[in-house]
Write a new protein. Structure first.
Length: 366
């Protein structure tokens, strides 16, 4: 059942998030949409009649992405004044957005068809932090398996250069250097040798397609200049060297990959970032069961790891958690991180988050 007041309110809620994340231009656009949406366009009608949960469905960010794409295409000077930050008057911003909803209705409507693709290369800083903890336990060699890979930018984790609290990982000549603001204790200083990366997504983004790449770039907030530059560099790397990215169901793929022979001396790791919450409950349960079964088979010669960077929606923070087999330790909380990897806070020692052990019913909100 559609709830028009809640659907309109989600734009103000998103504006609050954007303000908190130092994105004033995107916040203004969200606020303008909250006031400008009406039934004069198919886009406006569909947004106001949204039948799902508008915040969880990222309804606001779907439309912001569409408007950002129009700005990037240079379709209207008034819109570009809004997105450049030159126009800040709330009334004029709302009027511009309202005009775009009508004039660009056909272009904006398809942006409501699917959730934003926010594949962010800097999120791999949290993943690499977790891998360093596993390297300290099991050794340097890794085979990485990623679910929810989107455009495959995290599959370049072996080609990025990281500076994580003074701990350097990755090729020094990499065109993408990831150096988040580091808070707290640094991660373990351990060598890392990633031998392969493979990923899966229910609807992968092929950045070799200019339209797909432009759509991915439009989802990056206009305020985030550094993120835009990093995304462009990562897209160039994918186009130049490629990634092993399959289309498929995450649970099917994990079960199949875990059934494959594993090389001796190589730690097989399942990794993911900001994807767990989007998987159906049945898929999450299948992945848990498959990992528990593979963990029971793991040996010192063929270890298994699980590294995730996922939001804790109860505590309103993003967390890096690690589990490894063989071993009896539960899922360790090793770091907190910014949603887009701008900062990482290393914890002084792994915190065993037994309240979040990956068993039935646990971590459903992550």
């Amino acid at each position: 059942m559609a709830n028009e007041p809640a659907n309109r309110a989600c734009f103000d809620i998103q504006a609050g998030y954007c303000t908190a994340m130092d994105a004033p231009v995107t916040a203004r656009v969200c606020t303008a949409l909250a006031h400008a949406l009406d039934r004069d366009s198919a886009t406006g009608r569909r947004a106001l009649d949204w039948a799902g949960e508008p915040v969880a469905d990222a309804l606001a960010l779907r439309l912001v992405g569409g408007l950002h794409a129009l700005h990037r295409a240079g379709v209207d000077p008034a819109l570009s004044a809004v997105f450049s930050g030159a126009e800040t008057d709330p009334t004029r911003v709302a009027a511009t957005v309202k005009a775009m909803l009508v004039a660009q209705d056909a272009a904006l409507l398809p942006w409501l068809d699917g959730p934003p693709q926010t594949n962010e290369a800097a999120r791999s800083a949290g993943i690499m932090t977790g891998i360093l903890h596993l390297a300290e336990r099991y050794g340097p060699r890794f085979e990485l398996l990623e679910i929810g890979s989107s455009a495959g930018l995290n599959l370049l984790i072996d080609r990025y250069r990281f500076d994580l609290g003074g701990v350097a990982v990755g090729p020094s000549a990499s065109p993408v250097r990831i150096r988040p603001e580091w808070r707290g204790a640094p991660p373990p200083t351990a060598p890392v040798a990633i031998e392969s990366t493979r990923g899966v997504d229910i609807q992968p983004v092929d950045v070799a397609d200019p339209a797909a790449a432009a759509r991915l770039e439009a989802y990056v907030w206009v305020d985030a200049v550094e993120r835009q530059a990093r995304l462009a560099a990562a897209i160039a790397m994918v186009r130049e060297e490629g990634v092993d990215l399959a289309q498929g169901d995450a649970a099917d793929w994990v079960e199949a990959r875990l059934a494959e022979p594993q090389r001796e001396g190589v730690t097989r790791v399942l990794m993911h970032s900001v994807v767990w919450q989007y998987l159906p409950a049945a898929s999450r349960e299948r992945i848990r069961i498959a990992m528990d079964a593979a963990g029971a088979r793991a040996t010192v010669e063929r270890p298994l790891g699980w590294v995730m960077m996922e939001p804790n929606r109860d505590l309103h923070r993003h967390e890096v958690r690690v589990r490894g087999w063989p071993g009896e330790r539960a899922m360790d909380l090793v770091a907190l991180t910014h949603a887009h990897g701008a900062w990482v806070e290393g914890l002084s020692a792994p915190y065993e988050t037994r309240d979040y052990v990956m068993r039935r019913g646990a971590y459903e909100k992550g």
